[in-house]
Design a protein around this ligand. Structure first.
Ligand code: CP
Length: 310
């Protein structure tokens, strides 16, 4: 695999290989010395044009845990503020010869453009409303760790599907791993072409009691140019993920950041059934596995065997 641009590129065997490698990395992260030498002398450029807490932090940590050199670029404070274009920024920073560029940006499809402008491996860390493939990978990893497998699992993804890159990537990977996916939310927050996903669609939470996993999506106010719901209060009344609405054994997920009291109740966020912090923890080892996959796997054996503490 040269790049990770969309979840559509990942077949079940790719997902399983990346998750298995992430699990092997997780064992190494229990050690006192957490660094592995696998990406020594490699450079990872984190190019962030949008806000991020989880993805940016975990990619940086992942690259450092694999001994890569890391360059962090954020649009704020860079020459982007003087009008430098994405292309010129990428060409400029590519002069430092990064081996991988991790990009988060508001422009759907931009990671694929980067792949034409530079020799570096490109990782899509979220492009507008389009895709967030490493989020989907870490969510599959989290569920596999908890439940063993996703085959036959009923997963409900609830909320602002229209603006959600997480929904787009997660539907694909959950289905590829054998889960039955239902997308639920108000009609105004469903894409018109929702049928192409092959997921079931529900415009209420009436059947959510059947779900084994309920995945709440953030209301993406920053991507809304008009009012999609009469009020957040009314939205919460009908669609808020709350422990009282879902089966007693159902697990709760959310990609973060959480709008407590809007798409998910504070009680559900903090409950023992919530996997939200497990998802964050998984981010580091899954992103280690992705960087390893792109930069080292083709020319190496087991990262853990090679990966005696640096
Ligand atoms: N889930 C996610 O992408 O979170 P951040 O925006 O904080 O990276």
């Amino acid at each position: 695999m040269k790049h990770l641009l969309t979840a559509q590129d990942l077949a079940r065997q790719d997902i399983e290989r990346i998750c298995d490698r992430a699990a092997a990395f997780a064992e190494t992260q229990e050690r006192d010395v957490k660094k592995l030498p696998a990406l020594r002398n490699r450079t990872v450029l984190n190019l962030f044009y949008e806000a991020s807490t989880r993805t940016r932090g975990s990619f940086e940590l992942a690259a450092k845990r694999l001994s890569a050199d890391v360059v962090n670029f954020t649009a704020s404070g860079s020459s982007t503020e003087k009008g430098e274009s994405l292309k010129d920024t990428v060409l400029t920073l590519s002069a430092h010869q990064p081996d991988a560029i991790v990009i988060r940006c508001p422009w759907a499809g931009a990671p694929a453009l980067l792949a034409d402008w530079t020799d570096a491996a490109i990782v899509n860390a979220g492009d507008g409303k389009h895709e967030h493939p490493t989020q989907a990978l870490l969510d599959v990893y989290t569920l596999r760790r908890r439940l063993g497998a996703l085959d036959g699992l009923n997963v409900w993804i609830v909320g602002d599907v229209l603006h959600s890159r997480v929904a787009r990537s997660n539907v694909r990977l959950f289905q590829e791993m054998g889960a039955n996916v239902t997308l639920a939310g108000p009609p105004t927050l469903m894409p018109r072409d929702i049928g192409v996903t092959g997921a079931a669609v529900s415009y209420s939470l009436d059947g959510v009691g059947e779900a084994d996993v309920v995945y709440a999506l953030r209301m993406q106010n920053e991507r809304m140019q008009e009012a999609y719901v009469p009020s957040l209060r009314e939205y919460s009344w009908f669609f808020q993920v709350d422990s009282r609405r879902i089966a007693p054994g159902a697990l709760i997920m959310h990609p973060g950041p959480v709008n407590r009291g809007v798409e998910i109740s504070a009680e559900a966020t903090d409950s023992e059934r919530s996997l939200i912090l497990d998802q964050v923890e998984a981010g580091v080892v899954v992103r280690m596995a992705v960087l390893y996959e792109l930069l080292a796997a083709s020319r190496a054996g087991s990262p853990v065997r090679e990966g005696a503490p640096a």
